[in-house]
Design a protein around this ligand. Structure first.
Ligand SMILES: [Zn+2]
Length: 291
């Protein structure tokens, strides 16, 4: 299947009320695990990288692997750059072949967020079929290089969200509604479901225009995830859980096989464990069979 952007995948998800998993990867083994599981489940897929691993491997390397696997896969797959605060790096990844770019200027004042987000939209839409995600309000916790304390975190204003969508031309919106990056400190995090519902109604009420993104998937209870999906969250970001699985599984394998020097076996153990995570998420999000 040709490579696709996130907008193409998510408009359908918004209309049909399911959500597509956007899974963070830091290396090629994780990318293979994610793709293989989505293919098995016939689910559309968004692979995403944060800025640090993208810089570490070089965006061109991620894109080369992505294109190789996506073109031969029977499902639509998008490669997304997550939470990039640097307009120039957004453009660099778009040039390299990422098919969805997130410019995260959510820590800036509204006018500056708008200006930077519009600049990235104009660029990405100008050079090809690349969709753009913007964020309004701030998600607390730590994601890649961005740290937002709970006091600093501000929820998304629904009326401002409409203005933001209209003035920037974004394809996807991540509205802050109380989810957090990292591990939740409490068992029942306070989420503003009414706010999500109001934003979804204003933006996608009659005709889906700009699919909504939920950040901070790790640690949310299944029934909460399902509620967020039902209210219009059609891209669901999962990162921390996959990082923990990679490190814990690698550590356990090495601890139990201290005399063995076959890296492929560690990779297989990690891949298998990640595939289990992804399988579970695809079931909860309701995107199995939707490719
Ligand atoms: Zn995020």
């Amino acid at each position: 299947m040709p490579v696709v952007n996130a907008r193409e995948i998510l408009l359908k998800a918004t209309r049909e009320k399911y959500s597509v998993g956007a899974f963070n990867v830091t290396n090629i083994i994780q990318m293979e695990a994610v793709v293989e599981t989505a293919v098995n489940k016939k689910a559309p897929l968004i692979i995403q990288t944060s800025v640090t691993p993208s810089r570490f491997l070089d965006p061109r390397v991620f894109v080369a692997v992505y294109q190789a696997v996506a073109e031969s896969a029977p499902i639509p797959i998008c490669l997304h750059l997550d939470h990039c605060t640097d307009v120039d790096y957004c453009k660099r990844c778009a040039d390299a072949g990422y098919t969805n770019i997130m410019i995260d200027a959510s820590k800036q004042v509204f006018a500056e967020n708008l200006r930077q987000t519009k600049e990235v939209c104009d660029y990405c839409h100008g050079i090809g079929n690349i969709s753009v995600e913007g964020e309004l309000g701030t998600v607390s916790g730590v994601e890649d290089q961005i740290k937002v304390s709970e006091d600093e975190a501000a929820l998304c204003n629904p009326e401002k969200a409409v203005e933001f969508v209209e003035k920037t031309g974004i394809d996807l919106l991540a509205p802050a509604i109380g989810t957090a990056h990292g591990i939740y400190k409490t068992e029942n995090p306070k989420l503003d479901l009414e706010r999500l519902s109001r934003i979804a109604g204003l933006i996608n009420g009659k005709v889906p225009r700009v699919p909504l993104v939920i950040h901070g998937g790790t640690g949310l209870k299944e029934e909460v995830v399902k509620k967020l999906v039902a209210l219009g969250g059609s891209k669901f970001n999962v990162s921390t859980e996959l990082k923990h699985t990679l490190i814990d599984t690698g550590y356990e394998y090495i601890s139990a096989h201290r005399e063995e020097y076959n890296p492929g076996k560690i990779d297989s153990a990690v891949k298998k464990a990640i595939m289990k995570n992804i399988e579970n998420w695809i079931e909860i999000l309701g995107c199995a069979g939707k490719a």
